[in-house]
Design a protein around this ligand. Structure first.
Ligand code: AFP
Length: 322
């Protein structure tokens, strides 16, 4: 077998601050533990509901809670971490580390509805610099442009970890010895695509422009786009974005008129920002429904939602112009 670079060696080659390396290695190790629980499924009692409801008013699965606990505990024990914020918790958790330099925000288990059917799920992580070692919630409200790293792990046929520290995007596959080995050195998203991902069951609720865009795709070679499109929807953003990083495509979770005051379903700090950082670093684009890049949104709340359009650059432009 070819000798491969592992995650530790890759991070060392990037000349990053030691604390950032420690933070990323800690998050990556927690993802290995989460992968093991996901793989055990019913055998380790990991399926089904936890009986609790999270801050988003969503029913928590047992795995949501297990993954949240694993990440939180590991990161708060890492001396470089000043505090964490989880999609599953209503408020931030400062660490007791006097020398903590980083804030870590995460969606511990993305795609919860896939857990019980053995379909792909994942973990999404965003890293910011901590303005102080005793951070308040306001310290976490930084725009996506301030991120120093983002990663996700997708637990599917293989477990893969995809990472950016602002110098391109690299992908790693989990080896049997528990190390993340580099298998995808410089991930690039093609600018053009014939594939879109959206929950079509919401079609009647979308804004006119999104209706127009999807209608154009559905008309295929006979319509305004002059080509046939394919559609995919995994119901786990982490898996849909992974497909886009592997072969191109565009992902949409737009605003819809059922709850006009809610900007969308997905969360800016745990999903929109880290995935946008990865997509932009791979040469793709990300935007809210309009023209604003997701990472330029100035957050006002920890659990803020945002409309999301991201993926192949020319297709994101098509959506903005629809
Ligand atoms: P859960 O983790 O609560 O299942 O939500 C997953 C998600 O936030 C995102 O990962 C998916 O793209 C999206 O929701 C799926 O939404 P639909 O329920 O509309 O398919």
């Amino acid at each position: 077998m070819t000798a491969r670079t592992d995650l530790a060696a890759h991070l060392a080659s990037l000349d990053l601050p030691q604390g950032l390396v420690a933070t990323l290695m800690t998050a990556a190790a927690a993802c290995v533990e989460i992968r093991q629980v996901v793989a055990g499924g019913a055998l380790v009692g990991a399926l089904g509901a936890s009986g609790a409801v999270n801050v988003q008013d969503e029913e928590q699965k047992k795995l949501d809670v297990i993954a949240d606990d694993l990440l939180t505990e590991a990161l708060l024990a890492c001396p470089a971490v000043a505090g964490v914020a989880s999609e599953e918790k209503d408020t931030v958790q400062p660490s007791a580390n006097a020398a903590g330099e980083y804030l870590v925000l995460f969606d511990p288990l993305d795609g919860s509805s896939n857990i019980d059917i053995n379909a792909p799920v994942g973990t999404i992580v965003s890293v910011l610099k901590a303005p102080s070692a005793q951070p308040s919630e306001a310290d976490f409200l930084q725009s996506g442009r301030q991120q120093v790293a983002a990663l996700y792990a997708v637990y599917a046929g293989q477990a893969m970890l995809v990472l950016t520290t602002g110098k391109g995007v690299a992908g790693f596959t989990l080896a049997p010895d528990g190390r993340w080995l580099m298998t995808h050195e410089d991930i690039r998203i093609p600018a053009d695509t014939k594939e879109f991902a959206i929950n079509m069951s919401n079609q009647r609720h979308w804004a006119e422009s999104v209706q127009r865009y999807v209608d154009g795709c559905l008309k295929g070679a006979d319509g305004p786009r002059g080509k046939n499109f394919n559609m995919r929807w995994v119901a786990a953003m982490v898996a849909d974005v992974h497909r886009i990083l592997m072969r191109g495509g565009v992902f949409l979770y737009p605003w819809d008129k059922r709850e006009p005051n809610k900007p969308g379903k997905l969360r800016l700090m745990y999903e929109g920002n880290p995935m946008s950082f990865l997509v932009e670093q791979a040469g793709g684009k990300s935007a809210t429904d309009g023209k604003q890049a997701i990472m330029d949104v100035i957050p006002t709340e920890l659990h803020q939602r945002v409309p999301v359009v991201l993926g192949s650059a020319n297709e994101v432009d098509q959506i903005a112009a629809a």
